[in-house]
Ligand binder design. Sequence first.
Ligand code: 9D3
Length: 248
Amino acid sequence: MRFDVVSLFPEMVLQSAINGVTGRAITEGLVDLFVWNPRDYTDDKHKTVDDRPYGGGAGMVMKYQPLKDAVESAKQAIKSQAVKVVYLSPQGKPITQRLLNESVDLEQLILIAGRYEGIDERFIEHECDEEWSLGDFVISGGELAALVVIDGISRLLPDVLGDEQSAKQDSHMNGLLDYPHYTRPEEVENHVVPKALLSGHHQQIEQWRLKQALGRTWQKRPDLLVDKVLTTEQHALLEEFKIELKYK
Ligand code: 9D3
């Protein structure tokens, strides 16, 4: 899969993307990453990428033409059918695992990272397919959001994670929070590891983990359970969790 980021801070995107999962995916040729700077597509001597907002007010707005020409360069680099142009902005639909899962089959994803107050609305309307947001909080620009999307999609690509990890991805715990994790020693400052994990009984361990995942989701993120249909076993495990909680 190929990612093209349009950004006024190319080095910010490239420097971060060389680390971790994305970095390895790029090195192994499973992911291609290119960054296009709108400043390279200006035609005045000051390389102007922004201007004052019509109607007045504070802040600057990114100009249409440099963005358009940067995206055109990205599109011309490969003649792809499965291409999507996404503007990262606080007005977008929230990025979820489902959204990332649905994007993994694209050949090319062009990500527009804005700066200043935003970009000319005509570019969003006529050149972007979708608008995506990290959530209801304010950050300074779209680069970090682009990096989040690249990381989240890259780890879904075949061969990017090892066999063990990818098997885990479509496990039965999807849609729930993770269960708690423990490592050696068995006791630290009087805090012990839950007995079920020391049993060596694979089935008992899996049941305990599912119960914890259900219980923690119910405690910390009840919104995730609202539209989720629980199996009879899951329902029973969650009830067990609630009962055990009373005796703690
Ligand atoms: C404080 C400025 N705001 C005025 C009411 C508007 C505003 C403009 C530009 C807020 C944020 C930004 C820059 N943000 C992004 O480019 C961005 C973002 C975000 O701020 N929150 C969540 N997801 C994203 S994706 C891109």
